[in-house]
Design a protein around this ligand. Structure first.
Ligand code: NDP
Length: 497
């Protein structure tokens, strides 16, 4: 009897004319979306024209068309919002029985659920993220945060056992463009549950779902002034930070701006929490389930176009499996569909803005000029809009700029290691410490590595898992303070012993 010989296929799969082109388009409809031509500021429960009369455009990054004109808040508007928030804090919200506050927060969560489809489409239009992500991750998680903190509002005594707590007062909250509604929820929900009132500034390129949230807050009949939303640029954020009527600043964004804020607040009595940049190590050991790990690498760096502070942007692969992982990763990259964010087939949507696209291109040039070997998937890109191919770099070193600096795009740098100690040392050799990932079959290795990596969140055999009950935040230049879970209440409470 002849033996059947099964050969190991080592050459990469060929996808020419294959998977990418074979999907029929499946666009989500935008017919049910109601966007106004112009959005004003949300101050004291009403939409109010900006003092300056100035508006800026919010652009759809997938086609460069204007979605709406949005008000630009200046110092006078910040003044008005601070006065409204202080009044609402003193006279209404901090005095209200906690169980009543809880009902309002719960109502916001329910209305967000009811309007989830509308919010998901607007999030994808305004920010460029794939509809599958805004529909299945951003919006459900945003409402989950309101549900979760609605539950805490009347149980704060259990949050601080043996001590009483009081709200801090008025919180100024500044959020970035990568998860606009989710970041608004991370900020607003715990602040309200703890009895504070808020002024939120969304990012300039993605203000629309925050302004939709203002409509939801009206619909939920929250008392006037409890939540105020001021669209604007960096100067609006700075005016919030520097306003004497604010008691706490919560910021998510770049480390650079985080440092500016920290300097401005030094010597004041304002509290602050900062959730800043990251450059996470995703570590694959030779005993990992390789196919799952490859999915984890793809999710880690290409989720939300790589516009993720906790993105697994530094990959460390054990040397013995490096060739296999590289081959499988390149094959998988070829199957990623880049294009229309509203198409349900799309894996990677539009880059959030022209500026961000330029920044990513600049880093890819730097990577190449420093000797890195660049590989990009061969997918086609739409002619209009801001796009970037899934990209990886090999032949990089610990000191390469693309290894040390946050790119905030779909660009992965890959290095190898031999021992666990080497992986840990390389992973920690970075000014950031927000997140990390470890892939191995051995529980003991998971414990060893996760206990020695200096980062706030580390996933084991998975990546980018979020839950309102889990705290999230960074070490080192990734910031201070935690959001989410019981820990996320603490920045909004004064503890009294
Ligand atoms: P920024 O840190 O500039 O923006 C974050 C928020 O802060 C925005 O609402 C922004 O307003 C506001 N802001 C800007 N300047 C000031 C200031 N001086 N005082 C107070 N608020 C201010 O991030 P960018 O949007 O410019 O992105 C630049 C880089 O930052 C990215 O490439 C990425 O590397 C990193 N980043 C990291 C994020 C994270 O979650 N870790 C999130 C976003 C960016 P406006 O939108 O009008 O500029």
């Amino acid at each position: 009897m002849k033996k059947r010989i099964i050969k190991n296929k080592i050459s990469p799969l060929s996808f020419n004319g294959g998977w990418g082109g074979s999907y029929a388009e499946a666009p989500e409809s935008a017919d049910h979306i109601q966007l106004k031509d112009t959005y004003d500021l949300f101050i004291n429960g009403k939409f109010t024209a900006p003092s300056s009369g100035n508006y800026f455009d919010s652009i759809n990054p997938a086609n460069e068309k204007r979605l709406a004109r949005v008000a630009d808040a200046n110092e006078k508007d910040v003044d008005k919002a601070v006065a409204a928030a202080n009044h609402a804090y003193e006279k209404v919200w901090s005095r209200m029985p906690a169980a009543e506050r809880s009902k309002y927060i719960y109502r916001i969560a329910r209305i967000m659920q009811e309007r989830a489809r509308e919010l998901a489409v607007i999030e994808s239009l305004d920010g460029g993220k794939p509809i599958r992500e805004s529909r299945d991750i951003d919006i459900p998680l945003a409402s989950a945060h309101f549900f979760y903190y609605a539950g805490w509002a009347d149980k704060l005594d259990y949050a601080t056992p043996g001590a009483k707590s009081k709200p801090v007062g008025v919180a100024g909250q500044i959020i970035p463009w990568n998860f606009p509604l989710l970041m608004a929820a991370w900020k607003i929900a715990p602040a309200l549950a703890a009895g504070n009132t808020v002024i939120l500034k969304p990012a300039e390129t993605t203000p629309l779902t925050a302004l939709k949230l203002a409509e939801i807050i009206q619909e939920a009949e929250l008392p006037d002034g409890v939540v105020n939303i001021l669209s604007g640029a960096g100067s609006t954020g700075a005016a919030l930070v520097n306003h004497p009527g604010i008691h706490k600043i919560a910021f998510t964004g770049s480390t650079e701006v985080g440092k500016i804020i920290q300097k401005s607040l030094a010597g004041t009595s304002k509290r602050y929490s900062l959730e800043l940049g990251g450059k996470a190590a995703n570590i694959i050991f030779e005993d990992a389930a390789i196919d799952q790990a490859v999915e984890g690498i793809v999710n880690g760096i290409f989720f939300n176009q790589g516009h993720v502070c906790c993105a697994g942007s530094r990959l460390f692969v054990q040397e013995s499996i490096a060739n296999t992982v590289m081959r499988k990763l390149k094959d998988r990259m070829e199957t990623l569909i880049v294009g229309d964010p509203l198409d349900k087939n799309t894996d990677i949507g539009a880059i959030n803005s022209k500026d961000q696209l330029e920044k990513i291109k600049k880093y890819v040039k730097i990577g190449t000029s420093e000797g890195g070997a660049c590989y990009q998937s061969s997918c086609s890109l739409p002619s209009k809009g801001y796009w970037f191919r899934p990209t990886l770099f090999t032949n990089v070193s610990q000191s390469s700029r693309i290894v040390q600096e946050e790119i905030f795009g779909p660009v992965l740098s890959i290095q190898t290691f031999r021992t666990t100690e080497e992986a840990i040392e390389k992973a920690n050799n970075i000014p950031y410490g927000l997140s990390g990932g470890v892939w191995t079959d051995k529980g003991s290795k998971i414990f060893k590595v996760t206990s020695q990596i200096r980062a706030g969140v580390i996933w084991a055999n998975t990546y980018n898992k979020f839950d309102p009950t889990s705290p999230f935040g960074g070490y080192k230049e990734s910031g201070m303070g935690r959001e989410g879970g019981l820990h996320g209440l603490m920045p909004y409470l004064e503890i009294q012993h």
